[in-house]
Ligand binder design. Structure first.
Ligand SMILES: [Cu+2]
Length: 183
């Protein structure tokens, strides 16, 4: 099962739980139970909800790229700047419009299984920087003006990855596509 299908399944299960709770509340409305009974149920519900959130965070947070590769020194730095409506990607810092023009539309190549650190920023509005392989999202980070966001990632498969904008940034948002080669 792809991660997208897992997330979709998780969403459906959570949705059904919410529908069930609404149904139970609807059924119980009008019946007398006393305020104490309600308070006790509410306390139990919050305890379960809080515990569930802690459990899910405890399982998923250590698996995020930010945590996975935090202690390792990256082998390669890749600089990314987004601007309506394209990406400039380079192994050298992109500081101004000239740098941007030189790197926009250029496909760089990185090595498989090496720790890559993407330094991601924007020259205008907020954009997203996401890495897709065969339509499956592998990693992503925000591209924000005035900030450099770091994303460390190891490519486990060789081939061409698509880089898409994940933040709606204007009319031609969907046309913001770049590529990166992994060998
Ligand atoms: Cu966009």
């Amino acid at each position: 099962m792809t991660i997208q299908k897992e997330v979709f399944l998780f969403f459906i299960v959570m949705f059904l739980i919410i529908v069930l709770v609404f149904f139970l509340v609807f059924q119980a409305s009008g019946k007398s139970g006393g305020a104490q009974n309600v308070n006790r149920k509410r306390a139990i519900f919050f305890f379960i909800a809080f515990g569930t959130v802690l459990l899910v965070l405890g399982i998923t947070l250590p698996k995020t790229p930010y945590r996975l590769f935090a202690a390792e020194e990256p082998t390669q730095k890749v600089f990314v700047v987004a601007r309506q409506f394209s990406f400039a990607i380079s192994k050298f810092p992109i500081a101004n419009d000239d740098d941007f023009s030189m790197s926009a539309g250029v496909e760089i190549t990185v090595q498989k299984d090496e720790l890559i650190e993407f330094n991601v920023s924007s020259f205008d509005v907020s954009h997203g920087f996401s890495l897709y392989k065969d339509g499956v999202l592998k990693a992503q980070v925000q591209a924000m003006p005035g900030y450099v966001n770091r994303l460390r990632w190891k490519f486990s498969e060789s081939g061409t990855y698509d880089i898409l904008c994940l933040e709606y940034c204007g009319m031609a948002h969907a046309a913001m596509i770049a590529k990166i080669n992994v060998e």
